[in-house]
Design a protein around this ligand. Structure first.
Ligand SMILES: NCc1[nH]cc(CCC(=O)O)c1CC(=O)O
Length: 316
């Protein structure tokens, strides 16, 4: 008797933007290196379709992920690839994040077509960004800067910059580097002032909990970067406890120290930049999620809860 081995093709669900496809291709490459067969399936999400509203107005929950999650459930895809930053802090019970890929540099940058563009503390310039966190942090650290909405994929935003809808564009370095626009970078923000959003710079891979366990293990072995994973657990626990999606001005960055501890810096900034709460905690890796929670609870107790309440009231 011969044993039959069926070779399964892993269907990788992704949004259709160039950055999303870059990420999906990075996943496909790694799976192929592990001798797995792959196919990329493009799925459009609400976040791709509704471009005339800022994210906090669409409703932040799963705008870039929901349609992909439907695909995981109905079996049209086996895994979904997301920018880790875009994944809601609590994912549905029947799904799981099976891997976090090795993180790119996490900081925010400014892009301009003018190589002599300089951002000074008192600069009176218009910067394109639609991120609540970036807008609020700019108010705090660069009080004379004004911001202009810049939703859409990177290419759309660069077109707006070209059309002079703003003087410069603020983005995550990771996406800029992956799209090879790093020649336009004129300023890099240090992460102690502009601490990134939880998950920035990493790619998350989601699957159904009931995906074949052997396949799930192969996917994890091929894609997961354990150091990134533990940092992301801490940051996502922070985000979950803050009860905010990508539309609140919170930030969290976990890193591993030389002795292998997890260190997490995070907090929240009020929309007007007037209140800026930041704390740093360190713990063994086994307590990664616990320090994320502790950081959030500390920030909430220091006035973060009030900042969140004010934001909710302003929006309703
Ligand atoms: N919310 C959009 C988004 N999601 C992930 C990235 C960049 C790449 C990354 O952080 O992985 C971006 C654009 C940006 O913030 O500049």
């Amino acid at each position: 008797m011969t044993t039959e081995t069926t070779v399964k093709t892993i269907r990788i669900g992704t949004r259709g933007s160039k950055l999303a496809l870059w990420q999906a291709n990075a996943v496909a490459d790694k799976l192929q290196t592990a001798n797995l067969l792959t196919e990329i399936v493009i799925i459009s999400t609400k976040g791709d379709q509704v471009l005339d509203k800022s994210l906090d107005k669409i409703g932040s929950k799963g705008v870039f992920t929901e349609e992909l999650e439907v695909g995981l459930r109905d079996g049209s895809i086996d895994i979904a690839v997301h920018s880790a930053k875009d994944v809601q802090s609590t994912i549905p019970d029947d799904l799981e994040l099976v891997a976090f890929m090795e993180r790119e540099q996490v900081h925010d940058v400014i892009l301009s077509f003018d190589p002599n563009f300089k951002l000074e503390r008192d600069s009176k310039v218009v910067i394109g960004t639609s991120s609540t966190r970036r807008k609020a942090l700019l108010k705090k650290f660069y009080p004379n800067v004004t911001t202009a909405e810049s939703r859409g994929n990177l290419q759309t935003r660069l077109k707006k910059l070209e059309d002079k809808q703003f003087d410069a564009l603020m983005l995550a370095y990771a996406g800029v580097f992956r799209m090879e626009y790093d020649n336009l970078i004129v300023h890099a923000f240090p992460t102690d002032e502009f601490t990134p959003a939880a998950g920035q710079g990493s790619v998350a891979v989601e699957c159904a909990k009931d995906l074949d366990p052997e396949l799930k293990q192969q996917i994890k072995a091929a894609l997961d970067h354990p150091e990134t994973h533990v940092c992301l657990l801490a940051e996502r626990a922070f985000l979950r406890t803050m009860e905010g999606g990508c539309s609140i001005p919170s930030f969290a960055l976990a890193t591993l120290t030389a002795t292998g501890q997890v260190s997490i810096r995070g907090g929240i900034v009020s929309l007007d930049g007037q209140q800026h709460l930041v704390e740093v905690f360190e713990a063994p890796q086994s307590e990664a999620e616990a320090i994320g929670v502790k950081l959030a609870e500390t920030i909430l107790a220091q006035g973060g809860a009030q900042i969140l309440k004010d934001i909710r009231e302003q929006r309703s």
